[in-house]
Write a protein that binds this ligand. Sequence first.
Ligand code: ZN
Length: 84
Amino acid sequence: MPLLRGRAYDPAMQRELMDILACPLCKQPLRLEATREDAGEVLDGTLTCTACGEGYPITEGIPNLLPPDLRREMEAQAGSPTGH
Ligand SMILES: [Zn+2]
């Protein structure tokens, strides 16, 4: 009995994803810098654009590829417990 798996989104950041991920600002390739890996999956790290140098965080295996302006806006809305 075939098992149909949903492949819409794999929560684990795979290195193969680097082939399809691109900078949301300039659509150029991203460079992966992993700070924590497990079995070939990047859990924490940073994606850095090779063209404009913008960085995108990877947290718990989920890359955050929102444009920086929008990301900061959402972080501000979520509220920072430490404040400024
Ligand atoms: Zn870029």
